[in-house]
Write a protein that binds this ligand. Structure first.
Ligand code: UD1
Ligand code: CA
Length: 467
């Protein structure tokens, strides 16, 4: 971390190659807008909040970043040089600025490692360069700016792909879009840039030639792993970035003691945490603010969105949960659906084909088979029989079901809310319960059974006679 640095992040361009109504930097990879990864990088190397240059959809970008940056506005996207210049008002007023350095990052280059930026800073400081930039070597240099070096290997200029001649197009070393400038004189030079190029834009990259003409030194650090400098300009690049972040997430979790039966099949957002000794089976999707404790088993096809899971929890095949909490030693599924507001206490068991919504289960409560439990408060050690339904909706309003501790609900019962079943009470199987049941009582609402002896035999004989 250094205090002698300001960071500018360029994020004003729409990104037309994304073919999207949403600005490029707000497209998500592993659950976060791609610019979030760049903001993380900035805060890894610089104490002061970065200046983000916004333009297209700036309200949305500012709202998304909220509080993590200062902003400069670029009303018209006249090029990367023009974009950097928009940060001048925010920076030049600070007297110390001219003696600092400026790190320029692109909001669409999210895979750079902080370690690499630290190397860039160290190299810049050791070299006496006016500018040190990050480059990479690619087999297919595609649309990146080509790095032109002279006979002694020093960087003389960058030629954009659209401006390159056939010889230059063959250059495999390209511009990663990450630059460390000495701050003094930067904005004056940007004010003097022209637009004499194929795109009629103010190119930031033209500063290299300007510095060289001034007799200043320009250096380049080649990244070992070109993926660090991949820019998201198209959906296909976004897919590459997503895959790489996923790979890093899994790698980190493996190093923290998580077991993956088949790590290439899982989808895990970068916002997710998993404790040691948890085993994750194939085809698991974990999204948003999902935090899983230690020693859990997450079976195939589990899908969690913003779910807090304690320790030693067993989530069986096909369990789906959103905005829910599952405490230690609970068992869920297979094929259970925990909807928002579900809270399962310790050692709760929710079995196959059970749906819950806004339901709080006390310690040791069980709903093992085929139930719908909504808007409910379930006490400790309650046993809910197969096929039980809370009838929580009267067509207009939702009503609450309260089952006090130790209640036993027989199979195939309907509990018509609002309703309260007192502590330790029983509901007989097949009942439709519409009135509160006091503690310790038995409530039954089914019609008494009638048995007609010999009925089947008589029916068969009557049919035979007719034929
Ligand atoms: C740029 C570089 C190219 C480099 C590549 C690396 C220039 C002229 N070219 O090309 O050498 O290989 O990045 O990824 O700099 N932006 C603005 N305002 C503008 C224009 C762009 O804020 O007026 C922002 C974009 O939102 C984006 C970043 O600057 O975040 C880069 O712009 P982009 O248009 O993607 O430049 P490239 O063509 O990729
Ligand atoms: Ca780009």
């Amino acid at each position: 971390m250094t205090n002698n640095l300001d960071v500018i992040i360029l994020a004003a361009g729409l990104g037309t190659r994304m073919k999207s109504a949403t600005i490029k930097v707000l497209h998500r990879a592993a659950g976060r807008p791609i610019i979030d990864y760049v903001l993380d990088l900035a805060s890894d190397v610089c104490e002061r909040p970065p200046i983000v240059v916004v333009g297209h959809q700036r309200e949305a970008v500012q709202a998304s970043i909220d509080g993590r940056a200062r902003f400069a506005v670029q009303d018209q996207q006249l090029g990367t040089g023009h974009a950097v210049l928009q940060a001048s008002a925010a920076l030049e007023s600070d007297e110390a600025f001219a003696s600092r350095r400026v790190l320029i990052l692109s909001g669409d280059v999210p895979l750079t490692r902080a370690e690499t930026l630290r190397k860039l800073i160290a190299e810049h400081d050791a070299s006496g360069n006016a500018l040190t930039l990050l480059t990479m070597k690619l087999d297919d240099p595609a649309m990146y700016g080509r790095i032109v070096r002279d006979a002694d290997g020093s960087v003389t200029r960058i030629v954009e792909a659209k401006d390159a001649n056939d010889e230059q197009k063959k250059i495999g070393e390209v511009n990663a879009g990450i630059y460390l400038f000495n701050a003094g004189g930067l904005f004056e030079r940007l004010r003097n840039l022209g637009t004499n190029n194929a795109q009629g834009e103010y190119y930031l990259t033209d500063l290299i030639a300007v510095l060289r003409e001034n007799g200043e030194r320009v250096g380049a650090l080649i990244v070992d792993d070109p993926i660090e400098a991949i820019g998201v300009n198209s959906r296909s690049e976004l897919a590459v970035v997503e895959a790489e972040i996923q790979r890093r997430v899994v790698e980190k979790l493996l190093s923290e003691g998580v077991t993956f039966r088949n790590p290439t099949t899982v989808v895990i957002d970068s916002t997710v945490s998993i404790g040691a000794d948890t085993v994750v089976y194939p085809f698991v999707t974990l999204e948003g603010m999902t935090n899983i404790g230690e020693g859990c088993v997450i079976e195939p096809g589990v899908h969690l969105i913003n779910v807090t899971v304690g320790d030693d929890v067993h989530l069986k095949t096909g369990t789906v949960a959103e905005d829910a909490t599952i405490e230690d030693e609970a068992t869920v599924g297979p094929y259970a659906h925990l909807r928002p507001g579900t809270h399962l206490g310790r050692k709760v068991k929710v079995g196959n084909f059970v749906e819950t919504k806004k339901a709080v289960f006390g310690e040791g409560a069980k709903a093992s088979h085929l139930s719908y439990i909504g808007d409910a408060e379930i006490g400790a050690d309650v046993n809910i029989g197969a096929g039980t339904i809370t009838c929580n909706y009267d067509g207009v309003n939702k009503h609450k079901t309260v089952l006090e501790d130790g209640v036993f609900i027989g199979s195939d019962s309907q509990l018509v809310a609002p309703i309260r079943i007192g502590k330790g009470a029983y509901v007989g199987a097949g009942s439709t319960i519409t009135k509160d049941v006091p503690p310790g009582a038995l409530a039954l609402s089914r019609t008494p059974q009638r048995t007609v002896e010999g009925w089947a035999e008589r029916k068969r004989e009557a049919r035979a006679k007719k034929e």
